[in-house]
Write a protein that binds this ligand. Sequence first.
Ligand code: GUN
Ligand code: FE
Length: 423
Amino acid sequence: MIFAIRGDILYTKKLGVVSENIDSYIICEDGIVKGVYKTIPSKYKNIKVYDYKNKLIIPGLVDTHLHAPQYSFIGMHMDLPLLLWLNKYTFKEETQYKNMAYAKKAYNIFIKDLKKSPTTRFSLFATIHVPATLYLMEELEKTNLVGFVGKVNMDRNSIKSLQETTDKSLKDTLFWIKAQEKLKRIKPIITPRFVPSCSLELLKGLSKIANEYKLPIQSHLSENKSEIELVKSLHKESSCYGSVYDDNGLFGNTTNTIMAHCVWSEDKEINLMKNKKLWVAHCPSSNRNLSSGMAPIRRYLDEGIKVSLATDVAGGSYLSMFRAMEDAITMSKMRECMVDKNLRALNIKEVFYLATKGGGEFFGKVGSFETGYELDAIVLDEKDIPTVHMDKLKLIERFERFVYRPNDKLIAKFVAGKKININ
Ligand code: GUN
Ligand code: FE
């Protein structure tokens, strides 16, 4: 299938640089971008055109880390730091997903909101429960969004009702991988919750499964100071938090791996992240809400580490990747003025890159309108944010208004070449 999308097209190929294309056409063939043109080339002249003249079109936003079961308490329970928050609220809530009636009700609400959000791709944590995780995946598949979903693994230091034996955790993971094989747009990702929740035997078993089935890996890393102390007390044999994953085969290299937070990574961990080609999922809202800290994102970028952006619902208190971009800028400004003057704050073009091509790379050629990229696009609705001099604004300024003014309204959404129903 071949079609064009017409409008004011903004995208980024490179950190800090944008491409502005007023009244232009994206040509898409079999889900792949052929190019962005000022007029439709003659060989394409009879194709279907989705005409969004004068509307702002950007690549779909990529949320590389969030917890679907926590959507049920989004915007609540922000009075405790990470470990206490997990024990008092989060583990208890996730236990409820053993009950399919509850899981269906909660996941349906989450999916409905995700569908109409600016997010086109995502990497989700579910819970330890296989039936509820399969339900989440099957329902997401019906929306035509694209993303990874992980059955969570945890065999220690949880509450009793949310803890597996090592053996059951691994067996359930294998069963789950087989059970979801028919899905096309929603794919599995190996998901050890974080080191405190996983024995070394479990980590090693998950590494074996990830390699055997060629699956990506997601987890949490160096989010919070008490968490890091706990990991160090549990694992005197490893030289830093990240090396616990690395020593047990879960830190990049052969398998795409994404680690959320990395707020307090020390030099040797940063070197390891770089050498193993790890992705960082930066979660500014969650890092603020759970008093975790301000991640040194500029340093990661300067070191050539791959950085993406994420909401981390429900440590993060919104589903909107526009809000995540605002918070990434704000947190980097706070860090620059309060902590480290050498780490320059992020700017609007840079967070645009992180939320599109930066995170998109975890999914392949995603997050840009360059030739050969999978077509993920959102058409933005500016009617509720009128301004007197709209015709004078650059496209990046029109985009910036979505980051700083709460308005997530979309006119249309395309994911991997398919126009999806956002109602
Ligand atoms: N570390 C382990 N589990 C979680 C979680 O659910 N949320 C956050 N923010 N960090 C975690
Ligand atoms: Fe998280």
